[in-house]
Design a protein around this ligand. Structure first.
Ligand code: HEM
Length: 472
């Protein structure tokens, strides 16, 4: 009976598809949940609800509804849901998944300051350029033969956040670090699996000895133990109040707030926030670059146009910070990849921080909210033929770059992506240096799949590619 009561929609709650007893609509999320949700929004409206095994969830679809909630009611929709999985993993602390309130304000402010101080401007750009060279040299070693670029891209991209967090890069042969990233990113995949939804609905599953949720817990344990070790290593020789990186800056905060019993700065939250910054920065940007490489090999004429622009503007020299504005075609291609590939299709789950009213619906405080960012990028009101890869939609008749409103790969509002500027810088730099030196093509006869591997992020299925040195 309790289960049935849990499933009843509260008064004024948005409508939605009929749930099955006990498991509700969970099964519908088995394949491409973002596509399913967009289709449901065409039946029930842009704001509709799902029952995820007793967890009433509101799904926001289309640009108008998402802007109305996340932008115009930014604080109301700024919380994260207290799901059993998140409670078990990070006790709703850390940064990315923490509750909206003092803890988020403190961690967000510290991270923003560290990103500004250690991760922006000319100095950061130089770091990224340096890393690009390591990246290109590693690719060069394949001598035009087919290889799967996943690991190299992951290594290069993660090293950029490593500079901010640890003050240094890790060698591409550092197998311990790579293993940590690998099992962490496996967790990003598992976190959106049916097992995770089932665990959230029925947390007693924890006591089942089998099931993929057990892999999730095992991986998380291993990741946190590893992070604790390297945090200790990188905080040696710390000098109070002269931080070399995020960890030092965090430990300064811990010291400063030692007598404040309500502070959120703690050893646990340091580990959680370091983990979240590493994975949020790596998984996303890596996937984006892997999609970009795949699409360039698939559309050689677009690749050629990118290279023509690179050659004209750079004339053989490495890209500089200011070149982004001078390369509208590169910008258009990267924007189109972000739009079409939907790296984070459902954003990161939100929750209401107080009772909310939107379009005559009432949504109680603490309700889980899913932002279907995919539905924004495929919103027919704003995009024509959204499923077609067409960088030109970001260019005007004079070839100048044009912004689009319904473009939210980094989401909007209070909890929008904290690494957006850094991610844009990385994508630009890695992408231009890569295509400046190499022509990308698939091995003879290989046809890549465009259907993504599902998870919290969408990534291409593994593919091999040949990077042939260009003559300029
Ligand atoms: C949050 C996308 C790169 C750090 C998010 C969210 C999205 C997103 C959709 C969810 C926001 C929400 O709740 O509505 C992306 C994409 C990236 C990228 C597409 C690259 C192409 C990065 C990088 C970093 C980063 C490089 C940092 C190193 C974060 C953090 C949050 C976040 C910390 C949580 C913010 C909060 O809860 O306050 N990102 N991201 N992201 N991202 Fe990114």
């Amino acid at each position: 009976i309790r289960q049935l009561l849990k499933q009843r929609r509260p008064r004024g709650f948005p409508p939605g598809p009929t749930p099955l007893p006990i498991i509700g609509n969970i099964l519908s999320l088995a394949t491409e949940p973002h596509v399913y949700m967009k289709r449901q929004s065409e039946i029930h409206g842009q704001i509709f609800s799902l029952d995820l095994g007793g967890i009433s969830t509101v799904v926001l679809n289309g640009y108008d509804a998402i802007k109305e909630c996340l932008y115009y009611q930014s604080e109301v929709f700024a919380d994260r849901p207290s799901l059993p999985l998140f409670q078990k993993m990070t006790k709703m602390g850390g940064l990315l998944n923490c509750k909206y309130g003092r803890s988020w304000i403190e961690h967000h402010k510290l991270a923003v300051n560290c990103f500004r101080y250690f991760g922006s401007g000319q100095r950061m750009f130089e770091r990224i350029s340096e890393e690009s060279l390591f990246f290109l040299d590693a690719i060069e070693k394949h001598r035009g033969k087919p290889f799967n670029p996943k690991h190299l891209v992951t290594n290069a991209v993660s090293n950029i956040t490593n500079h901010i967090i640890f003050g240094q890069r890790f060698s591409y042969d550092d197998s311990d670090f790579q293993h940590m990233i690998e099992i962490f990113s496996e967790n990003v995949e598992l976190a959106a699996s049916g097992w995770a939804f089932m665990y959230n609905a029925f947390p007693w599953m924890e006591y089942l000895p089998f099931g993929k949720h057990q892999n999730l817990f095992r991986n998380a344990n291993e990741v946190y133990n590893f992070l604790l070790q390297i945090i200790k290593r990188f905080s040696q020789e710390r000098v109070t109040q002269s931080p070399r990186h995020y960890i030092d800056a965090y430990l300064d905060e811990v010291e400063q707030s030692a007598t404040d019993t309500a502070t959120s700065f703690s050893q646990d939250n340091l580990i959680f926030s370091v983990g979240e910054l590493i994975i949020a920065g790596t998984e996303t940007t890596t996937n984006c670059l892997r999609w970009a490489m795949l699409y360039m090999a698939l559309y050689p004429r677009i690749q050629e146009k990118v290279q023509t622009e690179i050659d004209c503007v750079l004339n053989g020299r490495p890209p500089a910070f200011e070149d982004r504005q001078r390369m509208p075609y590169v910008e258009a291609v990267l924007h189109e990849i972000l739009r079409l590939c939907n790296i984070v299709p459902l954003g990161i789950f939100r929750a209401t921080s107080q009772d909310a009213v939107v379009r005559d619906f009432t949504i109680p405080k603490g309700t889980m909210v899913i932002t279907n960012l995919y539905s924004v990028h495929f919103d027919e009101k704003y995009w024509s033929d959204p499923s077609i890869f067409c960088p030109e939609r970001f260019l005007d008749n004079n070839g100048r770059f044009v912004r689009h409103e319904a473009f939210l790969p980094f989401s909007i509002g209070k909890r929008h992506c904290l690494g957006e500027q850094l991610a844009r810088l990385e994508m630009f730099s890695f992408f231009t240096t890569l295509l400046q030196r190499f022509h990308l093509q698939f091995p003879e006869g290989f046809i890549p799949s465009l259907s993504p591997k599902l998870g919290m992020t969408l990534q291409p299925r593994p593919y091999s590619i040949c990077a042939i040195r260009r003559q300029q």
